[in-house]
Structure formats: structure tokens, C-alpha cells
Design a protein around this ligand. Structure first.
Ligand code: 5AD
Ligand code: FES
Length: 351
């Protein structure tokens, strides 16, 4: 009979497990859970030492043409107050981020057709011109191969696009099918296109989204193995009061941390953020994420007047804070648990 420590060791050595063993790790608690997190933390330290990479998040538009059932900026939420940043406003965010030590800017938004390829390429080029030592990450949802290619040529280094789930039926239960059909097949096609175009790629999923089973999470692990991304963003699902999922349960802290730890053991050099959603369900969530193997934090670079409108879920943290406050806060939080924020692009390194 295998005990949990043997399974943890097997995962560390083989980078994969039988489905039933993944289930045991996902549901681990007490001493066994501590041991899972400790092994993941040590594995992270073997690659990254006690260094944490910091990415500056610029949420530049909350318009979205999609209507995902879980998301607070879905197009049917008439109560969301919409905004778009101008190029000048985005560059201003980069300037203040650069002064605070950020060397990666993440341009994230809803799927907003207002920003044409031409406008986005111009923004990417301008940031690259002013801050040539910085990396640009885009997180703009699904786009055509041609568009992704133009953005890559313009200078974008990385792209984040969560698959959300790797089970087609579950995907359908999270996304409406008309008039804008969203399918897992098209999401996965876009992810493989991004990889082919040479982006450092991030995928990911929510933990505890409605109808999600442990088997779905294990399907995500298998998909991540196949895609082999540079980064995986995972955080708990948190209900938003103005969405169809308003009354659903939020994702569990323990399950999210266990999934993070498993990913670290599956891929020791993976970039793994301790997400804002994790910090929202527990005031020490991001610290616990790092102690379970995460090595990236993504503070927000927007001023409060925009932040308070980019609400994907209820009770989001830091909404009233400015960039310098968040950067100081996160540095302090990491220091307290023995880690240090580094001022570097923090590129993915193949091993
Ligand atoms: N709870 C947690 N995460 C969410 N996201 C969107 N809505 C929610 C929610 N209600 C996540 C999705 C998306 C990312 C930008 O934020 O996974 O890909
Ligand atoms: Fe924003 Fe703590 S990270 S106030």
C-alpha cells in the first residue's frame, strides 16, 4: 500500500502519476498536505532559490464581447462601468511601473474589438522602444493566428490564455454557446498557435469552478503536460454577484494550494504565480501559494479609478490601492516569509 510520501516522491521523480494518486494528492490535508507543500517549496527553491519574479498587471480595458458565466466583466453585466485606457495612459502605467522596479508588463483586457491589430502593435512597439529591457506579456483572449503573428513581430514576448478547463463538456457549461460560441477546441487551437509563434506561453484554469470534478483537474494536468507551457496561472473560482454563477460556491484554498504544489513537482522550472484570486479568498493566500511552490506575483499597476471597474469576481483585493502601495506591500509580504522580489524580466528558462 503506497503512502502519501511515496506518491510525492514518485511525482518528483517521474513528473507524472496515476489518476488515483493525483486524487490523493489533490485532497491531501493535515501532515500529508504539509509534506506535499514542503517538497514543492524545496523543488521551487532548487531552481529559483528564494527569488520571486514580479509582473506589473495593466488591465487596460474591461469591455468584453464574451459572456462567460463566471466573469464579472461579461458583456451581459449591464452594471459594469466600462473603461478603456488610451495609449498614453498605458505608457504612463509602464513609466510608473518601471520606476517601481517592474521589468515585465502584462497588458490584460476583455476581448475588446475596439483595439485593432494596428493599435495594439503600435502600443507594443512604443513600450518596447521606451523600455527595451522589459518583457511584454499580452492577455487579450482568443485572437486569429494572423493577429497573434503581427503582435509577436511587433515585439510581444509572452501570452497568457487560460484554457479554463480541459474537459469539453465542462467548458460548455462555463461558456454560452450562442451567439458567440466558445469551444474548448478553439481555445486549444489558439494555445498551440501561440506556442508555434514562439511566445513564452501561459495557460491555466480556475480551481473549484461550477461543475468541476477532480477528474477535470487531472485532465488539466494532462493537457499542461502536452502543451508544455512556460507558465500556468491557477486560482480559485470566486463568484461575482452579477453573473449566472452568483450563488455558486467559491473554490477551496487547500485544493488550490495542492494543485499548485503538484504543478511545481510536475515541472520544476514552471513559472507559477500566486494569484490575486488566491489572495482574495485568504488574506495570506499569496504567501501560502509561494510556500506551496509558486514563484511569481502579479501586482496591479492601474490607479484605483480603473481598478474598481476591473472586477472579475467579488471582494477583489487592492481595489483602492495604487501601484506603489501594492509593490511595497508585496515586497514586504515576501520578505516576511523569507523570499525576495527580483528586478528582472524573469524569463522562462528551459532545463
Ligand atoms: N473567479 C476567479 N477567477 C476568474 N477569472 C474570471 N472570472 C473569475 C472568477 N469569477 C479568471 C479566468 C480568466 C482570468 C483572467 O481570470 O480564469 O482567464
Ligand atoms: Fe496591493 Fe497588498 S498587493 S495592497
Amino acid at each position: 500500500m503506497k503512502n502519501l510520501n511515496n506518491i510525492i516522491t514518485e511525482l518528483k521523480l517521474q513528473k507524472n502519476l496515476l489518476r488515483e494518486d493525483f486524487k490523493l494528492l489533490l485532497t491531501a490535508n493535515g501532515e500529508e498536505q504539509k509534506s506535499l507543500h514542503k517538497t514543492a517549496r524545496e523543488t521551487s527553491q532548487e531552481v529559483f532559490s528564494n527569488k520571486i519574479y514580479m509582473r506589473g498587471l495593466i488591465e487596460f480595458t474591461n469591455y468584453c464581447k464574451n459572456d462567460c458565466y463566471y466573469c464579472g466583466i461579461r458583456k451581459s453585466n449591464a452594471e459594469a462601468s466600462r473603461y478603456r485606457m488610451t495609449k498614453a495612459e498605458i505608457l504612463e502605467r509602464c513609466k510608473s511601473g518601471y520606476e517601481l522596479g517592474f521589468r515585465t508588463f502584462v497588458l490584460q483586457g476583455g476581448e475588446d474589438p475596439y483595439y485593432t491589430d494596428e493599435m495594439l502593435c503600435d502600443i507594443v512597439k512604443s513600450i518596447k522602444c521606451d523600455y527595451s529591457d522589459c518583457a511584454i506579456t499580452l492577455s487579450l483572449g482568443e485572437r486569429s493566428y494572423e493577429s497573434l503573428k503581427l503582435l509577436r513581430v511587433a515585439g510581444a514576448d509572452r501570452y497568457l490564455l487560460r484554457q479554463e478547463t480541459s474537459n469539453a463538456e465542462h467548458y460548455l457549461s462555463l461558456h454560452p454557446q450562442s451567439p458567440n460560441s466558445m469551444t474548448l477546441a478553439s481555445r486549444q487551437k489558439c494555445l498551440f498557435a501561440l506556442k508555434e509563434l514562439g511566445y513564452q506561453l501561459g495557460c491555466g484554469f480556475m480551481v473549484g469552478s461550477p461543475n468541476q470534478t477532480l477528474d477535470h483537474i487531472i485532465d488539466d494536468f494532462a493537457f499542461i503536460k502536452e502543451l508544455d507551457p512556460a507558465m500556468v496561472g491557477i486560482g480559485p473560482f470566486i463568484p461575482h454577484s452579477k453573473t449566472p454563477f452568483a450563488n455558486e460556491l467559491q473554490g477551496g484554498l487547500g485544493l488550490t494550494l495542492n494543485a499548485l504544489a503538484i504543478l511545481r513537482l510536475m515541472k520544476p522550472n514552471l513559472l507559477l504565480p500566486a494569484t490575486t484570486a488566491l489572495g482574495t479568498i485568504d488574506s495570506s493566500g499569496r504567501e501560502m501559494g509561494v510556500l506551496a511552490g509558486a514563484n511569481v506575483v502579479m501586482p496591479n499597476l492601474s490607479p484605483p479609478k480603473f481598478r474598481e471597474k476591473y472586477l472579475l469576481y467579488d471582494n477583489k483585493i487592492c481595489v483602492g490601492d495604487g501601484p506603489s502601495r501594492c509593490s511595497n506591500c508585496i515586497r514586504g509580504r515576501m520578505k516576511k516569509i523569507g523570499y525576495e522580489i527580483v528586478e528582472s524580466r524573469g524569463d522562462y528558462v528551459e532545463i
